[in-house]
Design a protein around this ligand. Structure first.
Ligand code: MF3
Ligand code: CO
Ligand code: CO
Length: 256
């Protein structure tokens, strides 16, 4: 399969899906406080997508996954499964990752939440990881290379003495949830696939305080750090335009 190129009209529809995905994260933000369970957060997101947005939660049924969001706490890197018995504690860091389908098009995004009062080292991890996402997005334009994205992210993580998870990557997105190309969060500038106008893909760096190594728990989904130290992730869906890049999953707080 080759990389699909979206028309401006396709991108307009991707923008609608992206906006809805971002709105789910905006909607859920006030609920993310100590004492709530990740199962309750999942239910609120499901109800919002289905009843308010008239959209489809893309994660449900994806490779047998049964929930609307992934909720990944502390040492969980990604794909944490919401659970009514998993309650947020003061000082946790949480990623919520959600994908919405509207009119056949996907919008995929995630953000980190600081639950209550967090330790400075966790706040720093969350902040630097968001900077990594932005540094990756900044280099995107027609004629640049996917390796430029990975390089920008890896350099910033390294400068801050963090590691980049290599086992999971960003991905092309459109009518299909995960399509070509793979977008690595590490690499060398000027290498890999050339970025072209009309490409849509996610950038979703997972950054660890300790080593880059991962393991998957027995539930078959939950990915944790091998050394038990914390991990953070931020994700946007973006479109490559003639003159650069547009973030399709911007939240309210990101509009200047
Ligand atoms: N949203 C994730 C990504 O960024 C994929 C989650 S798949 C699920 O690509 F099945 F775990 F929900
Ligand atoms: Co994604
Ligand atoms: Co995602």
């Amino acid at each position: 399969m080759k990389i699909s190129i979206k028309s401006l009209n396709d991108i307009k529809k991707m923008k609608v899906a992206g906006k809805l995905a971002a709105e789910v994260l905006d909607m859920i933000t006030p609920y993310v406080i100590p004492g709530i369970s990740t199962g309750e957060l999942d239910k609120l997101c499901y109800e919002h997508i289905v009843n308010v947005q008239n959209a489809i939660p893309a994660n449900i049924g994806y490779k047998g996954y049964e929930k609307t969001i992934c909720s990944s706490i502390n040492q969980v890197i990604c794909h944490g499964i919401p659970d009514n018995n998993k309650t947020l504690k003061d000082g946790d860091i949480l990623n919520i990752d959600v994908t919405v389908i509207k009119d056949g098009w996907h919008g995929d995004t995630s953000k980190m939440f600081l639950v209550g009062k967090c330790a400075p080292h966790n706040e720093r991890l969350v902040k630097v990881t968001q900077e990594c996402l932005y540094k990756g997005i900044e280099v995107v334009k027609p004629g640049a290379y996917l390796g430029d994205i990975g390089h920008a992210i890896q350099r910033h993580a390294k400068e801050n003495h963090y590691s980049v998870v290599e086992d999971y990557c960003g991905h092309g997105i459109g009518k299909v949830y995960h399509e070509e190309p793979q977008v690595l969060h590490y690499g060398k500038a000027g290498t890999g696939i050339e970025i072209k106008e009309g490409m849509c893909f996610t950038i979703e760096p997972m950054i660890n305080q300790g080593t880059k190594y991962c393991k998957t728990l027995n539930d078959g989904w939950t990915v944790v750090t091998k050394d038990g130290r914390n991990s953070a992730q931020w994700e946007h869906t973006i479109a490559v335009l003639e003159n650069g890049v547009e973030i399709l999953t911007k939240r309210n707080e990101e509009f200047a």
